[in-house]
Ligand binder design. Sequence first.
Ligand SMILES: [Fe+2]
Ligand SMILES: [Fe+2]
Length: 330
Amino acid sequence: VSLESLPLDPSSLPGELASDAGVREDDAYAALLARLSRKSVEKKFEAYVDVPWDDPEYAVDPRDPRFELEPADPLGATAWYRALPQPVRARLGLHLIASFAKIGLQFENVLCRGLLEFALAQPNRSPEFRYCLHEVIEECQHSLMFQEFVNRSGIEIGGLRGPVRFAANQVVHLGRRFPELFFLFVLGGEDPIDHVQRIAMQARPDLHPLVRRISQIHITEEARHLSFARAYLRRHVPRLPAHKRLLLRLRTPLILGNMARLMMQASPELVREYRIPRSVLDEAYRRNPEHLRAAGEALAKLGALCRELEIAVPPFDRLWRRLGIGTAIA
Ligand SMILES: [Fe+2]
Ligand SMILES: [Fe+2]
């Protein structure tokens, strides 16, 4: 990490210099938020205006070979998957995309509720208040797109249940009580989704046009969300009292380890429906060095930020390795 990219810590500078640096840092932060807010007005998308849902080329057919998993996909690479009949291969591929869309919109639901809690706690003239509401509006448009896609897949998808749902509800309160941890959770969802969508867009020229359009819109708007969450963390984490920094060090790897799994592996629902054997899941995910490396890569940017902010420091780095996300901070 270069010195320039680190936010200045005013407390480490003497007298006048400190206040100068503080003012410069305040200005840069306010300017970034103003720019993000302006961009949210200038470049925005609407789920039912910017996606040609009823264009026949965009129709969703569960037998469409473009939904088949490619050999680069961890599950698509297994002999078990390749031996399935074509219509099942295609449907399973569609099911996987649709279940990621469902988990994505459930994540966005938690995110929006947390952002609203956060926004409500902001004072008058807060630049965060305005930007967060732009973000909520965009996330609602994304959720409309994702749910419409799920509906058009024709597959019944329940998404997250029980304990995971309970944990998600706890996160909502963090928006007001512990926004730093909340924004780490936000990045834990947004960063891997963004990474996976970018790779799919590049690696699959035959990507279904509807999936491509939705991903394109999502990537464009998520870039702003990621930029805001990172700037917020760089500004606020260094100012936290010691006990809160300790909590961040303990809780961040727990949150990220669970989220990476939810966002990058076949859901239990899908495993049940296609009767995917345990050994195949091990081969595809749990004991697949290629997948573990890819999952680490999806979290690499966030891992680097956590090192920069001294969240992933010894001995807490051991937790990251224990939870299967050690490669993110390697
Ligand atoms: Fe989103
Ligand atoms: Fe987002």
